[in-house]
Design a binder for this molecule. Sequence first.
Ligand code: PLP
Ligand code: COI
Length: 341
Amino acid sequence: MEKKNIEWSKLGFDYIKTDYRFVAKYKDGAWDEGTLSKDAQVVMSESAAVLQYAQTVFEGMKAYTTADGKIVTFRPDLNAERMIQSAQRLEMPVYPKDKFIDAVCQTIKANAAYVPPYGSGATLYVRPYMFGSNAVIGVKPAEEYEFRVFVTPVGPYFKGGVKPLTICISDFDRAAPHGTGNIKAGLNYAMSLHPYMECHRKGYDENMYLDPATRTKVEETGGANFLFVTKDNKIVTPKSNSILPSITRRSLLYVAKEYLGLETEEREIYLDELGDFAECGLCGTAAVISPVGKVVLHDKEICFPSGMNDMGPTTKKLYETLTGIQMGSIKAPEGWIYEVC
Ligand code: PLP
Ligand code: COI
């Protein structure tokens, strides 16, 4: 199979149309078989539930070319499970786990020419999503839905690549107590756009959101979880029921413990203790692990000892081990890697 003529190493995190997407439709209480389509346009009612009341959920995952030329994807079963939880919270039908994994694999395989080569620094981002498609005008769930998967080749999520980021503590909240912060719904991202632009206008890379009930604890950014390294080399991540349960974070905690022999802890992290950590990073499918050099709260700066030039040493080890597992140079735990073709 001949790869597309793309300058892989120059890719940013932007949409590029690829050849095939998977489309399944839900009507009269059942999903159809679904099929691959060459048509990238979605046609629906002007009063579709997704357009009027944001009834939509999505997932984000990646496909990789391994050193021996296979195309693989990482823990799609966990994305399938999380999408089920997201759909249930928004009163949407469940897309079954085995069909989800099959649809993802079919879409990656059909677009194999767009999967960046091993060592190119790029990957194939996979976006499964589901939305209410029939007309509603009273506030109620749709009766018809589409489940789709598209893929797009991507480079680093943050422009500077692996240069440490400056994060600003947002005065806005991302999630409400007992709200939807723990699911992957489009509405969480729509409300983050204004705080995101405000933070950029002030020259920062991303927001750190605080817990909405007390505003004293670290939650996450608009698109990634936080990970901290203590001065005695323990990995600590925030525990909260209003953050997205990141698959990358869960995998990194396992890697830290089982591969690197580090102590790990998930617990509430107070703003007051930020200055005690040695390293900080953002973790997620898109972010992978992006190092954070500095956190700013109004006019107060908290600078991590790892500095503004390089990834901290423990963050780097985590990054290298996780990406090694994903790209096949390090043996993966049982069931983490799905071979597509
Ligand atoms: N938090 C938010 C708000 C996200 O959008 C994402 C991205 O999916 C993550 C965390 C990281 O989750 P994962 O590692 O499953 O990609
Ligand atoms: C991801 O990491 O997959 C995300 O969804 C984050 C962002 C692109 C929304």
